[in-house]
Design a protein around this ligand. Structure first.
Ligand code: IPE
Ligand code: IPE
Ligand code: MG
Length: 239
């Protein structure tokens, strides 16, 4: 492993972007790009685990992605089912614990079943946690958290002045996962696209033009080299 001299983020987040353009360049349908994108995820999980990254959060399908064509949405939903069918053994061997974040109740029955099962089957693994955002929107997550807090308030489970920064976190989808240390967005766009808005407050951001299906082990290495050079100050002045 080439960890030497690198600072390894405990939690890496990735916006897996560029599948459609990758396919278009090859005159292939967008869904073929997603298939290659899923293969890439499988590789990146392995590389990340080898680096000692403990949490890997990936944006697989946004709340806004439902507005794409039915054909593309269906292909993505089927891909979820296929992915876990195909890589169940490999994920077990790699010690990958699965978690999902997002409005999972929006998923078709079959996909929902598969993700719930994957979560359950992997709950005792601890080499790396793969947190997959599905039907996820950062704003939606914050509104949902506010609604859940309101409910607890109405039911006298909590007092209004108990809503602190730390307590608010408990109403988010994955309060037990620390905030990402590094966010990588391949695919050339320089925006967050509604990913983990709350959690990214002090995350280091890294953008790259490489399309996700082309993302290489060296691309990940380069991002980690850059991350290792960053000075994280959290608003303070370092000595
Ligand atoms: C990312 O690739 C995967 C999803 C959003 C599901 P895109 O499908 O956004 O690919 P581009 O950005 O159109 O190339
Ligand atoms: C963000 O990519 C969502 C995922 C990668 C799942 P998009 O392709 O949907 O984002 P925009 O439309 O470029 O902002
Ligand atoms: Mg895109």
């Amino acid at each position: 492993m080439k960890n030497q001299g690198l600072i390894i983020p405990e939690h890496l987040a990735i916006i897996m972007d560029g599948n459609g353009r990758w396919a278009k360049k090859r005159l292939l349908p967008r869904k073929v790009g997603h298939r290659y994108g899923a293969e890439k995820l499988r590789q990146v999980v392995r590389w990340s685990a080898d680096y000692g990254i403990k949490y890997l959060s990936v944006y697989a399908f946004s709340a806004e992605n439902w507005a794409r064509s039915a054909d593309e949405v269906n292909a993505l939903m089927n891909l979820i089912v296929e992915f876990f069918g195909k890589y169940e053994d490999e994920l077990r061997e790699e010690g990958v614990r699965l978690r999902f974040t997002g409005e999972l109740s929006d998923l078709p029955e079959k996909s929902l079943q598969v993700v719930k099962q994957a979560e359950l089957d992997s709950k005792d693994r601890d080499r790396i946690m793969l947190n997959i955002a599905l039907s996820y929107g950062g704003r939606q997550e914050i509104v949902r958290a506010s609604r859940l807090f309101g409910q607890d308030l109405l039911e006298n489970q909590i007092a209004i002045d108990e809503l602190t920064l730390e307590n608010f976190r408990n109403y988010l989808f994955t309060p037990d996962i620390p905030d990402p240390d590094l966010l990588i967005r391949p695919g050339g766009e320089v925006r967050i696209s509604n990913f983990l808005l709350w959690q990214l407050s002090y995350t280091e951001l890294y953008f790259s033009d490489v399309l996700w299906p082309d993302y290489s082990e060296d691309d990940l290495y380069q991002a980690l080299v850059e991350y290792s050079k960053r000075e994280r100050r959290y608003g303070k002045v370092n000595k």
